[in-house]
Design a binder for this molecule. Structure first.
Ligand code: MG
Ligand code: MG
Length: 246
């Protein structure tokens, strides 16, 4: 779907709130902090900006952010888990402003982390930017996944297949989906005003996943580390415009 200038303005505002949630949670990440505390910090940003949460109560999700440590890929429920030196933690945040959604995620290290964890975080973020660069008028959507996959696999990592990016607007998850790998077809042609959440999930080992008994947390099947980066981006006459930045 193509969004009007007025709609894009509202999405810009939602994106700024999400970026503020990133900044506030990132500043609080250290050994000894619980994932529930990070959720409280993010909720304060939403309240302060007069925004609404798109995560809270989404299919019954009980928090405003997802917190996914180490071999958890996505969708972790914030709770009593205490961050430890050497952990990596993926934080996914979202907000609604004037009916329009923003959605973005990052992975950070807790204190000193291993060289492998550093490489995973660096490669996953770089794969996201390679995907974002493909969001140009006239390009085909699945070039995003091709670019993401190239960066991740070149580094010896794998790209998760079971969870993907998405269009976004008046709903958080709109059609079409955006695979982070080449799915065998080029996909829709990109037009001015389309908005997508590009969100590679990259694993050190294989791409297979399983779901925790809580019905939310998604884990790597082989127990290896996973990282996740995401931004909300519009296709514009001037190239991709990232909304989820300060
Ligand atoms: Mg997200
Ligand atoms: Mg998303």
């Amino acid at each position: 779907m193509r969004r009007s200038k007025d709609e894009l303005n509202k999405m810009r505002k939602a994106g700024k709130v999400v970026a503020e949630m990133h900044e506030a949670t990132r500043n609080a990440i250290r050994p000894g902090v619980t994932t529930m505390k990070l959720n409280e910090i993010a909720a304060e940003v939403i309240a302060k900006r007069g925004a609404r949460s798109n995560f809270l109560n989404y299919h019954g999700f009980p928090a405003v952010i997802c917190t996914s440590p180490n071999d958890m890929i996505v969708h972790g429920i914030p709770g009593p888990y205490v961050l430890r030196e050497g952990d990596i933690i993926s934080i996914d945040c979202g907000a609604i402003v004037e009916g329009y959604h923003g959605d973005a995620a990052y992975t950070a290290g807790v204190g000193a982390i291993s060289d492998l964890a550093k490489k995973l975080i660096e490669v996953t973020e770089r794969s996201m930017w390679a995907g974002i660069e493909q969001l140009k008028i006239g390009n085909r959507l699945h070039e995003v996944g091709r670019a993401v996959q190239h960066v991740a696999e070149d580094a010896g990592f794998s790209v998760v297949r079971d969870y993907v990016g998405h269009a976004i607007g008046t709903e958080m998850h709109e059609s079409p989906q955006v695979p982070n790998y080449w799915p065998g077809t080029p996909g829709p042609t990109l037009k001015e005003g389309m908005v997508f959440a590009i969100e590679p999930m990259v694993n050190v080992g294989g791409f297979d996943t399983y779901e925790l008994d809580d019905g939310w947390g998604i884990m790597t099947q082989d127990g290896t580390l996973s990282a996740h980066f995401e931004h909300t981006i519009a296709v514009t006459d001037n190239g991709p415009e990232v909304f989820t930045v300060l």
